[in-house]
Design a protein around this ligand. Sequence first.
Ligand SMILES: [Fe+2]
Ligand SMILES: [Fe+2]
Length: 480
Amino acid sequence: MTIAAVDYDGLIPNNVALGQDVRVKRALEKWHPGYINWWKDMGPEGFQESLVYLRTAVSVDPKGWAKFDYVRMPEYRWGVLLAPQMEGRKIPFGRHKGEDAWQEVPGEYRAMLRRLIVIQGDTEPASVEQQRHLGKTAPSLYDLRNLFQVNVEEGRHLWAMVYLLQKYFGTDGREEAEALLQRRSGDADTPRMLGAFNEKTPDWLSFFMFTYFTDRDGKMQLEALAQSGFDPLSRTCRFMLTEEAHHMFVGETGVTRVIQRTCEAMKEAGITDPYDIAKVRQLGVIDLPTIQKKANLHFSLTLDLFGNEISTNAANAFHAGIKGRYRENRLDDDHQLESNTYPVLRLIDGKIQNEDAPALSALNMRLRDDYVADCNVGVGRWNKVIESFGIPFEIKLPHVAFHRHIGEFSKIKADVRGNVLSDAEWSNQRGDYLPSDEDRDFIESLMQPQYEAGKFASWIAPPKVGIDNKPGEFEYVKIA
Ligand SMILES: [Fe+2]
Ligand SMILES: [Fe+2]
């Protein structure tokens, strides 16, 4: 049976016939107050009473699944939404390729599946925690609304993973669902599970970089899990991806608008040298070299999320039919990879070079390569904006060996071009590649709120079009 319409009658909106699943319905209703408490404690600070113009999913139909209206965030209808079941779906890869997709968890893969779901689930509330102070310095009501849209949807993604835990993993699923509300981003004792989700998001340029680079890691992971032979996970991730697209839109257009404003201000002031940082900063905009440093930081932190280049866990998850490759269904090979190889960038005798590895062991590397290619598309669009102003500057993603804490290159220091550096060289050059305290202070000095409808802070251009086609002066958030 396929169910596309969402049932909004009960406490928990859903399209999984929760009304007929008493045990899971009760478990989720029991989990609900803890979630709301978490949202009130760790969600957007200072705006819980404000009316926000948000989209809420009313169906999972790719055409027209959302409805826009003013909502107080704690009253947002978080729910459980899965993409429709595909009749006769088969496991698309691994040793079970061609068998019927699993509707229940296969016993032998239970622990592996639970772990993948918990890791994905943990990132969702983490980013809400990381972004909770940003409302206080929003550059416009438009941006404030986008921040909150991303936040409520990350909350919904937590619901998505918690549903799977509660429905398919019994007592340990329930315990994991509780633990997801207990960990805190950046906490010394109970941190979130992955490094990038314990970093600070101190300013709006960081927020845009985070949604561009780190939410895009989320997209890659969801794409890989959407291929899963465990059908409920696949369906969950497929719907999450439709929401995720907006998060990356916020990141890409956010950075574009920052670049646009910088270039406009430089042009108006007759500044042609992008490295004349002091002069550019006097205009109240963020100089391009600092934007590059922020990109270097967020890109390198996000690369760590792909894990070790050579990974037995990744091989096992693929072999088992649990986690596929990026757009597995569009790839043209045997989808089992038992005798294939894949080139992996490694550190060999102190040099960075490619080495062929068994394709199964190299799946993290492969997903990371797909990720880098995807990142470069938007970077190209940023450069088009700079080019249109005739400013001699190009944003470039740093080498994958730059500033790494996990995997092959965590043992070395490298510059943005991938040259291996001594510790002394690294400490000398670090400030050229990553934001310095001074850069951070400057950006922070620009972070003054602009809550007047239709107005924007000095350092960012207005968007080309409004959300839901609203006009420029639309009041996206009614601040209470
Ligand atoms: Fe998410
Ligand atoms: Fe996201």
